[in-house]
Design a protein around this ligand. Structure first.
Ligand code: GDP
Ligand code: MG
Length: 185
């Protein structure tokens, strides 16, 4: 059949969380498959685009918004506008960054929601427990039951233990989020 009818979707996805939790590293890993120990800290917001051939007739363009960790507050409403999904990132070696997750989620929910046509609820959000490669002897590693409960209570669809350094679970997390998004289309 010719021409093939290709459907294209453009999605804005936010990557938020405290400073130095690995947001930029996760995006670089996901989009370019690279890792560096010294990314300059993000100022304001950075963008990355990833194009995905979702199926033979469906292309997804993901616009990833890499938001500086200090930006919860005034500018956030502008940055969050029209996002359909979010990754909230914390650093498993720094408990304070996990405490901040609730504040990031609350901030998100207060400033952005799905379009009316999709029901207007909170945007699709997952939690990334990053730098899992630094965990020694399971010390401080997330307890699966506690994390599941935390996700239920705070409106995260799911959590993933990730490492941008070792490239673990980032692709899986993104795939899960995309499936959630596509299921509501
Ligand atoms: P951001 O401020 O949230 O964007 O954090 P960055 O991506 O700039 O990362 C902060 C620091 O943590 C950098 O030195 C990264 O190399 C390092 N980093 C990020 N992700 C990982 C990871 O999964 N494992 C390890 N060991 N280091 C990481
Ligand atoms: Mg950054």
């Amino acid at each position: 059949q010719y021409p093939l009818d290709v459907r294209e979707y453009l999605y804005k996805i936010l990557v938020i969380g405290d400073v130095s939790t690995g947001k930029t590293s996760i995006i670089k890993r996901y989009v370019h498959n690279i890792f560096s120990m010294n990314y300059k800290s993000t100022i304001g917001v950075d963008f990355a685009l990833k194009v995905i051939q979702w199926s033979p007739d469906t292309v997804i363009r993901l616009q990833l918004w890499d938001i500086a960790g200090q930006e919860r507050g005034n500018m956030a409403r502008v940055y969050y506008k029209e996002a359909i999904a979010a990754l909230v990132v914390y650093d498993v070696t720094r408990p304070k960054t996990f405490e901040a997750v609730k504040r990031w989620k609350a901030d998100l929910d207060s400033k952005v929601s799905l379009p009316e046509a999709l029901g207007g609820g909170p945007i699709h959000t997952i939690l990334l427990a990053n730098k899992i490669d630094l965990q020694e002897n399971g010390n401080g590693s997330p307890n699966a039951e506690e994390m599941d409960l935390f996700c239920q209570e705070h409106g995260f669809l799911k959590w993933f233990a990730t490492s941008a350094k070792d490239n673990s679970n980032i692709e899986d997390a993104a795939q899960f989020l995309l499936e959630e998004i596509m299921a509501t289309e």
